[in-house]
Design a binder for this molecule. Structure first.
Ligand code: NAD
Ligand code: GDD
Length: 336
């Protein structure tokens, strides 16, 4: 008989891709989220609308499944997570702690928690030429306010359930993930999607605004690598926190250049120092990931940006056509 899994956050970006990946492997998949996916139907065998801040909904979500991939979270880019500490911390504490307990009570085989590079201390990320972050660097702790603090706390909660009850848990620290079917507008978007949107809406030779001075650095992971890594970590026997990211460090100005290249446009940059910037530099040390899995994400940013830009540009073009159709129809309707 095929294995079954629940993916929470299945109406979102990584969860949506993970549902598709697990279905291709032959899993029976239940997707769970507050909302249906924004950009088309889910590939899940069943899709449950639920609010995982409710313990009853968590219990329903995990009923009868072998594996739990807990990706639901109140989440966004640096503009969003730095502006809503109370609600994000409260919502994610409720979701994470109760999903873990419900999965334990239901005696599922494995539970995976989607953590973040935001668990790492701020003072280890204060220069662009940052030393890549190792898992052990998370303590002594000084995580990102709110969002990062909850991720670090839930990692420890997973560790305690494994140590005290023998419950198999996995904690995966994602480093900035990008790809098609991710939020690119509205305030929750992260840098790659935001910059693709800005370039797509700007004519060749135009100028876009960039948060910060463009010298801050990150590593970015394409979503196909992310879902493969999630699955590999779940199937491994390693229960401690693991980085999941690339170690291809790029500054934000360089990211803009790669987006412009994918678009085939010349783009000028205007830097806005008043906008949120987060840490000055962040990179993943993949030594432990390589030792554990014999694998690491391998899709280069230049390659991953091509389908990402193409998808976002197509979404924007479609929205512009729709707006034009509505504008064209308005005078006709008024005349009727
Ligand atoms: P996303 O916002 O696209 O997906 C998260 C989903 O969780 C959303 O669809 C949302 O509706 C759902 N959700 C929120 N509150 C809920 C609730 N109370 N009940 C049920 N569902 C709820 O984000 P994503 O990028 O797909 O992130 C997935 C996971 O990975 C999150 O846990 C996030 O913190 C983590 N993560 C993501 C990144 C990244 O770069 N995308 C980096 C680090 C960690
Ligand atoms: N969002 C955004 N939008 N960021 C921009 C923009 C823009 O238009 N222009 C430049 N940036 C810069 C930001 O100022 C920041 O310095 C950098 O690009 C990266 O921003 P984000 O992608 O929004 O967030 P982050 O890398 O600081 O943190 C993200 O990654 C973590 C995991 O690595 C967040 O999504 C966290 O929630 C996530 O856990």
């Amino acid at each position: 008989m095929s294995k079954s899994a629940v993916v929470t956050g299945a109406g979102g970006f990584i969860g949506g891709h993970l549902v598709t990946y697990l279905r291709r492997l032959g899993y029976h998949v239940r997707g769970v989220d507050l909302k249906c996916p924004d950009f088309g139907p889910s590939d899940a065998d069943e899709f449950m609308l639920a609010d995982l801040r409710s313990f009853e909904d968590c219990r329903e979500a995990v009923k009868g499944v072998d594996e739990v991939y807990n990706l639901a979270a109140d989440m966004g880019g640096i503009g969003y997570i730095s502006g809503a500490h109370a609600s994000i911390t409260f919502n994610n504490t409720m979701i994470s702690a109760q999903m873990l307990k419900a999965a334990f009570d239901a005696k599922v085989e494995r539970f995976l928690f989607s953590s973040s590079a935001c668990v790492y201390p701020q003072h280890l990320q204060d220069v662009p030429s940052v030393i890549p972050l190792k898992e052990e660097d998370a303590f002594p702790a000084a995580p990102e306010e709110g969002y990062g603090l909850e991720k670090l706390y839930t990692e420890k909660l997973c560790q305690y359930f494994t140590e005290d009850y023998g419950f198999p848990t996995r904690s995966v620290r994602f480093h900035n993930v990008y790809g098609p079917y991710g939020t690119y507008d509205g305030g929750k978007e992260k840098a790659p999607a935001a910059l693709c949107r800005k370039v797509a809406r700007t004519p060749d030779g135009g100028t876009i605004d960039i948060w910060g001075d463009g010298q801050q650095t990150r590593s970015f992971m394409y979503v196909d690598d992310c879902v493969e890594g999630i699955y590999r970590i779940m199937q491994s026997n390693y229960s401690g926190p693991l980085n999941l990211g690339t170690d291809e460090l790029v500054n934000i100005s360089g990211l803009v250049d790669l987006v412009a290249e994918a678009a085939g446009k010349t783009i000028h940059k205007s830097f806005d120092l008043s906008k949120p910037q987060g840490v000055r530099g962040r990179n993943s040390d993949n030594t432990l990931l390589r030792e554990t899995l014999g694998w690491e994400p391998g899709i280069h940013l230049r390659e991953g940006l091509k389908p990402t830009y193409a998808w976002i540009a197509a979404q924007i073009q479609e929205a512009q056509h729709e707006a034009q159709r509505e504008a064209d129809a308005a005078p006709r309707q008024a005349a009727e």
